[in-house]
Design a protein around this ligand. Structure first.
Ligand SMILES: [Zn+2]
Length: 186
């Protein structure tokens, strides 16, 4: 839970530090708004992916399931700037599958925290592997980092790709390649 009073105070101090006048019409409610916004953007800390990933149903299906293009927005923990893009989740069920919206929910739970893309990718894969218990899971995240496009080297349009593989996908580059082909062309 965000300490909103403390967060508001911090934003006030930050605005003062950059030379703003806290009484200026346009920003007088900014500390309140920003504190509330960060509460929403970090709401994932109080949630556990076990909850959506426990809503499983049994199937007689042991071939690949691929959910592509789950859109997300997160905050980079180094600059507190957004990074955003898509998550692709592939898994090979054991005896159970989960509703597709639950995978999107899982992405949301980890994206709404201060993050590193690599860590986000791993946490999504780990939670699916642990709670859904598939034969394997392969997660691909493609994102644009505004800390790279708005500042520093300003590489507009550059994308960062990260991968996490568990179970049968681990070190099986042929299987991973099949999924990557489906993501890129399917
Ligand atoms: Zn950053």
């Amino acid at each position: 839970m965000v300490d909103k009073i403390k967060a508001e105070k911090a934003i006030e101090m930050f605005l003062e530090a950059i030379g703003e006048d806290l009484n200026r019409e346009g920003i007088k409610d900014t500390p309140k708004r920003v504190a509330k916004m960060y509460e929403e953007l970090t709401s994932g800390y109080s949630l556990n992916a076990k909850e959506p990933l426990s809503k499983v149903f049994s199937v007689n299906h042991s071939d690949l399931v691929l959910v592509k293009d789950i859109n997300f927005h997160s905050l980079c923990e180094h600059h507190l700037l957004p990074f955003m893009g898509n998550v692709h989740i592939a898994y090979i069920p054991n005896t159970q599958v989960v509703g597709l919206s639950k995978l999107a929910r899982t992405v949301e739970i980890y994206a709404r925290r201060l993050q590193l893309q690599e860590q986000l990718t791993n946490q999504i894969a780990d939670s699916i592997y642990e709670y859904l218990k598939p034969k394997g899971v392969f997660v691909v995240v493609s994102a644009e980092h505004t800390c790279m496009t708005m500042r520093g080297i300003k590489k507009v349009g550059s994308k960062t790709l990260s991968y996490s593989s568990k179970g049968v996908f681990k070190d099986n580059y042929q299987l991973q390649k099949n999924v990557l082909d489906l993501i890129n062309n399917g």
